[in-house]
Write a protein that binds this ligand. Structure first.
Ligand SMILES: NC(=O)c1ccc[n+]([C@@H]2O[C@H](COP(=O)([O-])OP(=O)(O)OC[C@H]3O[C@@H](n4cnc5c(N)ncnc54)[C@H](O)[C@@H]3O)[C@@H](O)[C@H]2O)c1
Length: 279
């Protein structure tokens, strides 16, 4: 039986909590939940029927609690800020940490620090597949690829609020009538301009181990109903074309339904996988 703690009880964290509580993910129990919103903590707690996790909105209280100390697997499903706040400590305690706010890991110095804490204290950093597919194949060919391009197309609603629109004030997102390319370039700048939308770019960068080989295109389409990611990889091995057309989650249009399903599968495989499928 694995004890699981969740940091961030929004769209992803709430669904994981429910899946553990209703035993869709077997052999797991919820030990704690964290959220900066007390309302969200209350809402999550009140929707659980079996488990009685301790609830925290304060980092120090969490780290000193018995509920935290006895936890095996921690899920970060909150924000990039939360990755900074919590990840190092959790890995230094030798725990298994699943990180969803992957954009923060594009900072190579920070990522190296986390990795070295994990190695020193036998912790694990697990970066789930999230809203795309094909990470297994991309990892397999990472030392043999010439270039990887990802083109992400989303609706104005899914991109709204990004810092990009503070810089390019002339682009009036909700007045666009045609499909428009907003950005083409490298991953780091994409992460700065669209911080809430770039987890897939960051996951690809980590999977390839070479951020400079990735080209990113971000497109807005007022007529699209899905979040669409098209990935093309070329190299001496041949080529890969991977397309994910994801229905946005009803609670949060920036998060795809596939990401929520991937999150549940990531916890299942972290907690009780006897047969491993895929590389
Ligand atoms: N890897 C992927 O493919 C992928 C896909 C979708 C979302 N994400 C990322 O996963 C994270 C969660 O996504 P979501 O859709 O569930 O978001 P959400 O906004 O629905 O929920 C986030 C929750 O975390 C809480 N929170 C935020 N910062 C916090 C902090 N510092 N401390 C404590 N609580 C905090 C919020 O109050 C909120 O309840 C986001 O960072 C998102 O960008 C990753």
């Amino acid at each position: 039986m694995k004890k699981v703690g969740i940091i961030g009880c929004g769209t992803i964290g709430y669904q994981i909590a429910r899946s553990i509580d209703n035993r869709s993910i077997s052999s797991t129990r919820l030990s704690f939940i964290v959220d900066s919103s007390l309302d969200r903590l209350e809402f999550t707690k009140s929707s659980l029927k079996n488990d009685k996790p301790k609830a925290f909105s304060d980092q120090d209280l969490l780290f000193h609690s018995e509920a935290y100390k006895s936890t095996d697997v921690v899920i970060e499903s909150a924000s990039r800020v939360a990755v900074r706040q919590y990840a190092r400590h959790i890995l230094a305690d030798g725990k298994y940490l699943i990180i969803f706010s992957v954009g923060e890991l594009v900072d190579e110095i920070f990522m190296k620090e986390l990795e070295s804490e994990a190695v020193k204290h036998t912790g694990v950093i697990h970066i789930p597949t999230g809203a795309i597919a094909g990470i297994d194949a991309i990892k397999s060919v990472r030392n043999h690829l010439d270039q990887l391009t990802i083109s992400t197309t989303k609706s104005p609603k899914s991109l709204a609020g990004a810092p990009y629109f503070d810089i390019y004030e002339n682009i009036r997102l909700h007045e666009l009538t045609d499909r428009t390319v907003l950005y083409e370039g490298d991953v780091r700048r994409a992460v700065e301009l669209f911080p809430s939308n770039v987890n897939v770019f960051a996951s690809l960068a980590l999977a390839t181990g070479n951020i400079s080989k990735i080209r990113v295109r971000i497109v807005v389409d007022p007529n699209i109903k899905v979040n669409r990611h098209e990935i093309n990889v070329k190299g001496e091995f041949g080529s890969l074309e991977i397309v994910a057309s994801n229905v946005p989650h009803r609670e949060n249009p920036r998060t795809s339904t596939l990401a929520v399903l991937s999150a549940i599968e990531a916890v299942r495989s972290a907690c009780n996988e006897t047969i491993k499928i895929g590389s």
